[in-house]
Design a protein around this ligand. Structure first.
Ligand SMILES: *Cc1c(COP(=O)(O)O)cnc(C)c1O
Length: 431
């Protein structure tokens, strides 16, 4: 498979080059030149295949040329090392739980796949790849955990001192080894500015093999298709496919679902569930993507004003809002509605939603027609938002063993003033 830049000002590249570069030199996102079609029999008899085989059938056309079959199968097995269960909650609505990974974040799947791809590519470089990320919370943990102990890689995570939760800080700063946690005396924007400075430092980059684990990277984007395929495998009524509702921020996850629909996934309708950051609902209403600042909400991983993957959705639908609207509804849910949904679902069913999943649940309810069934993607474990959830359900959120163990781990961050030179020195040392 070749990947072209959606800005069309840079040459097409292989999967390997797209992963290593992250973004095309013209600033565009990479997009596959063709979309593979899987046969009807694959979708109809998906229950007969094991998860590893399903993953291989979907991913091989995208990455096959850059890996041997053995290597790709091993990478996929390591990527999917935890369950992704579909849990029926009401008669009409089921939840696909994507939060059983090592950092309880759905981003674990994409980050694990990317780390193993980079490790494989690093072997040909005879130099270590240094992954540099700034985080306001979840991404840092998923990336740090995914690269931890992966040969040929060093990870540097910058996070703002006092601005991440206790669980998040431990996910970043309790690992050690090839994971270097930098606690920055400054806010997230200060962290982000330092990272940008490093990527713009041509002299540094001539010596250090620096890459970002950004969510627009094709190695993080493409494996998210597997959520939808593995959900379809578990879906009990193949003759009545669900409406699939996805909590959306940068639109990578839902973009992967729509991509798999092009490969034949028999799901006719998706919901892009948004919080008060409603650029895409507005686009579907008006045909214009509004430019405005992001708004802080309870579902903070979706507080995105200008969703970076939305250009990929447009590319899938020939930049035509009318075509997009046939398959995709976009909803908006306020914080008050998010809280009310957590409260109501817990009271009526006993099932506990985190705020992101509650946004998707409420969005689904807005569009679900009588007689239709729905599937809500759950992107975070409720334990990550214990205060809000407990306020609405009236009970503390049970703590999974993985979090209890984490809270016992000791922290080992390096402290960094919000200045570039110390970061530059560390990056030079790691190369
Ligand atoms: C990243 C994230 C999202 C948004 O996913 P996108 O692919 O950016 O749309 C939703 N929920 C949680 C918990 C996340 O971490």
């Amino acid at each position: 498979m070749r990947y072209y830049s959606l800005n069309r000002q840079s040459p097409a590249v292989s999967f390997r080059e797209a992963v290593v570069q992250g973004q095309a030199p013209d600033g565009g996102l990479y997009f596959p030149e063709s979309i593979p079609r899987l046969p009807e029999s694959f979708w109809q008899r998906i229950e007969d295949l094991d998860d590893a085989e399903i993953a291989w059938r979907i991913m091989a056309p995208y990455v096959g040329a850059d890996f041997s079959e053995t290597v790709l199968r091993r990478i996929l097995e390591e990527t999917l090392s935890f369950p992704l269960p579909v849990v029926p909650v009401t008669e009409r609505i089921s939840v696909l739980e994507l939060f059983h990974g090592p950092t309880l974040a759905f981003k674990d799947v994409g980050a694990r796949f990317m780390s193993r791809c980079l490790s494989h590519f690093a072997r040909g470089l005879e130099r270590r790849v240094v992954v540099l990320v700034a985080t306001s919370g979840d991404t840092g943990g998923a990336v740090a955990n995914s690269f931890f102990g992966v040969p040929g890689t060093e990870v540097v995570v910058l996070y703002p001192s006092g601005k991440v939760s206790a669980v998040q800080e431990r996910q970043i700063a309790a690992l050690g080894g090839n994971v270097h946690a930098l606690k920055v005396a400054g806010d997230f924007d200060a962290c982000q500015a330092l990272v940008k400075k490093a990527f713009a430092d041509a002299e540094l980059r001539s010596r250090v093999y620096l890459t970002s684990a950004n969510s627009i990277n094709v190695a993080r984007w493409l494996p998210q298709q597997l959520y939808y395929a593995l959900a379809w495998k578990q879906w009990p009524q193949k003759e009545a496919p669900p409406v699939v509702s996805v909590p959306s921020g940068n639109f990578g996850n839902i973009g992967a679902g729509l991509l798999l629909q092009r490969s034949g996934l028999p799901v006719p309708q998706f919901v892009a569930a948004c919080n008060a950051n409603d650029a895409v609902p507005r686009f579907l209403e008006t045909g214009v993507l509004p430019r405005r600042a992001s708004v802080a909400t309870l579902s903070n991983a979706m507080d995105v004003a200008d969703p970076s993957n939305f250009v990929r959705l447009l590319a899938l639908f020939q930049n035509d809002p009318a075509q997009l609207r046939e398959v995709l509804a976009a909803t908006r849910t306020s914080d008050a509605e998010t809280r009310a949904t957590i409260r109501r679902v817990a009271a009526e069913t006993g099932y506990v939603l985190d705020p992101h999943t509650a946004v998707a649940w409420q969005g689904l309810e807005q569009v679900l027609a009588p007689g239709q069934h729905g599937l809500v993607l759950s992107t975070a474990h409720p334990v990550k938002f214990p205060e809000v959830v407990a306020e609405e359900t009236g009970a503390p959120v049970p703590c999974p063993a993985i979090v209890e163990d984490l809270m016992k781990a000791s922290l080992q961050p390096r402290h960094l003033e919000a200045a570039y030179e110390p970061l530059r020195a560390l990056l030079s040392e790691l190369a």
